[in-house]
Design a binder for this molecule. Structure first.
Ligand SMILES: Cc1cc2nc3c(=O)[nH]c(=O)nc-3n(C[C@H](O)[C@H](O)[C@H](O)COP(=O)(O)OP(=O)(O)OC[C@H]3O[C@@H](n4cnc5c(N)ncnc54)[C@H](O)[C@@H]3O)c2cc1C
Length: 462
């Protein structure tokens, strides 16, 4: 492989990403002046927008505002790989281990339902987000990863789920001619979307239900009084009965959440469009999403315009809020390109054109969480640990029911009932996160989590 100077090779770095750089229609104006609301939602990503939609449907006529610092989808929602999966947390094996088979089964079945709802919602609302329903193939590239495939299949059986299909190495090869794949499992429910188009479509759908969306409106302070919460923004104030903080990784600015939330920097590269002849070289007729079984996995998918999206692997963990300076990392793009070349040697003539990154909100358990602040006036819903495209739509139902004071099956899910595990206090926090990331990455690169440090780092993620 020709090695160029990474800065030059990645001259077409996009910030904050390919999806968001495409035409967006007209921006929504910022908040000017003071307004009253029943529900104020901070953050216009998937969590905030789905929650606004579900609240508006549950309480017609409610005054609901969404306050977004930049533009809807500016955070992880507009920059991700666009895999909407049933996965809550790291994988089904991990979920079973943490919440038990009965609760894991409930979460999984809710996620299957939610993915169906997303598909129907996009069709009914004419949201043109290039949604496809090709499923996801999870593959193993080594003995350690074979074991993780087996663990998932075993966990699914334990939960009585029959939607994880064991796929032999030979069948994997028929589905896609990718070098190094040994075996896998296939799950048919997964969708692929253009995430920025989905976020913009959700904004429009929320507005059709009476929600007001303000863009370029950062919330600079939140003051909770006994019956109201005041939210300050640069050119106006919102006085709201209840508030949902849906800012995911950015919620680290809330002091009470700093012990529980860390930022994961996730990265993606994107190829030039492939010709039909180049596609024929690798098969991939079904055009499904693919993820491998590293601890910090690779994920790949075709896009509707014929490119290959290639993301994942090295993911720095930060004990701080998202840092826009880390939205691009040429060294990580270079390493992603190396694995792309290794996996598809048949595509040596395909250039990777784009690279970008975004902030993911991580929790120690990797399970997202909804909880209260300010004596029940302010709800937060966050921490998908890199798997929020599908689960944010489930979280919206959880947030709706908590905000409306309803006890429902959604409010009894582990997303609510499982307590957040605290991180060590600073300055140890940053050191532990940095060390964990280094050890896990090395383990991945060596083909397995070896040695006492790797065991310790893995335990940190329990
Ligand atoms: C590179 C990358 C790839 C990923 N790939 C996948 C994938 O393929 N599948 C998957 O399931 N998940 C993936 N994820 C994770 C997924 O994108 C997130 O879990 C999900 O989008 C979280 O949505 P959210 O609405 O909670 O947060 P966000 O989308 O981050 O939204 C938070 C919003 O809050 C706004 N905000 C912040 N502070 C303020 C403030 N003070 N006032 C007002 N607004 C504020 C931000 O501007 C932002 O728009 C990926 C993430 C990244 C970064």
């Amino acid at each position: 492989m020709e090695v160029e100077d990474p800065e030059r090779a990645w001259g077409r770095l996009t910030k904050p990403g390919y999806w968001l750089s495409r035409p967006a229609g007209s921006a929504r104006p910022p908040l000017e002046g003071n307004v009253s609301a029943d529900f104020a939602i901070v953050g216009g990503g998937f969590t905030g927008l789905w929650s606004a939609i579900r609240l508006a449907e549950a309480v017609p006529g409610a005054r609901i505002v969404v306050l977004e610092a930049r533009e809807v989808g500016f955070g992880a929602s507009g920059r991700n790989g666009g895999f909407a999966m049933t996965m809550v947390g790291r994988n089904i094996h991990d979920l079973v281990r943490k919440v038990g088979p009965a609760a894991a089964r409930r979460v999984h079945l809710e996620m299957v339902a939610v993915l169906g709802e997303i598909e129907r919602f996009c069709a009914d609302e004419s949201i043109d987000c290039q949604l496809s329903h090709p499923g996801i193939l999870t593959v193993s590239n080594g003995p350690e990863q074979d074991l993780r495939i087996e663990q998932d299949l075993r966990a699914a059986r334990l939960c009585g789920l029959d939607d994880f299909r064991d796929v032999s190495g030979e069948e994997c090869g028929e589905m896609v001619r990718a070098h190094g794949v040994r075996r896998g499992h296939f799950e048919e429910h997964a969708l692929l979307v253009d995430p920025a188009a989905l976020a913009r479509g959700l904004r429009d759908a929320a507005e059709r239900r009476g929600v007001t969306v303000f863009e370029a409106t950062p919330v600079t302070s939140l003051d909770a009084h006994p019956y109201r919460v005041q939210l300050a923004t640069p050119r106006g104030r919102v006085d709201s009965r209840q508030v949902l903080v849906a800012t995911n990784a950015y919620a680290r600015v809330v002091p009470q959440l700093r012990r529980y939330l860390f930022t994961v920097c996730a990265y993606i590269t994107l190829s030039a469009p492939l010709s039909p002849e180049q596609w024929a070289r690798i098969g991939w007729a079904r055009r499904m999403g693919i993820e491998d079984k590293r601890i910090m996995p690779h994920f790949h998918r075709p896009t509707a315009d014929g490119r290959i999206l290639w993301g994942g692997r090295d993911a720095p963990l930060l004990a701080g809020p998202p840092d826009p300076g880390r939205d691009a990392d040429p060294r990580i793009f270079q390493r992603l390109e190396e694995t792309f070349r290794r996996t598809f040697p048949q595509l040596s003539d395909v250039r990777l054109e784009y690279g970008w990154g975004g902030p993911v909100g991580g929790t120690v358990s990797c399970i997202p969480h909804a909880g209260w602040l300010a004596r029940g006036r302010v709800l937060y819903a966050l921490g998908y640990s890199g798997h929020g495209v599908g689960p944010s739509a489930l979280m919206a139902k959880v947030a709706r029911d908590l905000l409306l004071g309803r006890e429902t099956p959604f409010t009894k899910l582990p997303l609510v009932t499982r307590r957040l595990t605290p991180l060590p206090p600073p300055p140890l926090q940053a050191k532990v996160l940095e060390l964990s990331q280094r050890v896990l990455q090395r383990s991945d690169d060596q083909g397995g989590a070896r040695g006492p440090l790797a065991g310790l780092a893995l335990r940190l993620l329990q």
